[in-house]
Design a protein around this ligand. Structure first.
Ligand code: FPP
Length: 228
């Protein structure tokens, strides 16, 4: 028996820089193309009945990049927040962001908050953007909140309660551009996710690529540590 469409897909959108370089263009050109790809993939996921899409847009480690690139990514995200509002509302998309606030400008935090507020009652797909996100940071933040709240008898459910968001775990994790690593993304949540890696760089990831990933997922034998 094959599996159905995943409820939650998580994506490490890698390869924008390499894609741009292969065209003799600056890295920021690749990020801009990456934002266009995200727009398209969100639409396809919505049409397919995927309920949650989590994407890694900026990690807690990405601050180490050249200032010019960091500024460009911040600008791109701000532009995305402004320009996408109408489309997200029209397509009934709930928008949320997961990550730390430190280091992010007040302006950008305000735009994020506004869009989260505006789309909070939408009932279609949820777009969860991991921004200034690191999974170890998320777990450390959760532990600190657990201590602050004087929680006792810690269970998995209690840890989950203090993570940034409360979405079902992703069934499928896609990484573009070929690297076989997790890069501090959703370490808790992907405990049993099926992993799909493609050589395709993120700006070239399209509907066919998405369908290939889903078809591969559908054939997987998910045992969650048990025996069949
Ligand atoms: C990884 O490629 C990509 C990023 C660090 C940024 C991801 C951002 C986007 C897809 C666009 C912006 C998103 C939004 C929400 C507007 P890389 O730069 O590490 O590529 P490389 O490994 O080839 O150098």
């Amino acid at each position: 028996m094959t599996l159905g469409i995943p409820n939650h897909i998580a994506i490490i959108m890698d390869g924008n820089g390499r894609w741009a370089k292969s065209k003799g263009m600056p890295r920021t050109y690749g990020h801009k193309a990456g934002a266009d790809t995200l727009r398209k993939i969100l639409t396809y996921c919505g049409e397919l009945g995927v309920k949650y899409l989590t994407v890694y847009a900026f990690s807690t480690e990405n601050w180490k990049r050249a200032k010019e690139e960091v500024d460009a990514l911040m600008f791109l995200f701000k532009t995305y927040l402004k320009n996408e509002k109408k489309t997200l509302m029209k397509n009934n998309v709930r928008f949320i962001v997961s990550g730390r606030k430190d280091g992010v400008s007040k302006d950008l935090l305000k735009e994020i908050q506004n869009l989260e507020e505006e789309t909070k009652n939408n009932t279609g797909i949820t777009l969860n953007i991991a921004f200034n996100y690191g999974s170890r940071a998320e777990i450390v933040d959760a532990i600190n909140k657990i201590i602050e709240n004087n929680e006792k008898n810690i269970t998995e459910e209690i840890v989950e309660k203090y993570l940034y968001n409360h979405l079902p775990d992703p069934e499928l994790l896609i990484r573009t551009s070929g690297e076989m690593r997790i890069s501090n993304f959703l370490l808790w949540q992907i405990a049993y996710s099926e992993i799909y890696v493609t050589e395709t760089h993120w700006p070239d990831f399209d509907k066919d690529e998405l369908m290939k990933a889903i078809e591969s997922y559908k054939k997987r034998d998910r045992r969650f540590g048990g025996v069949k």
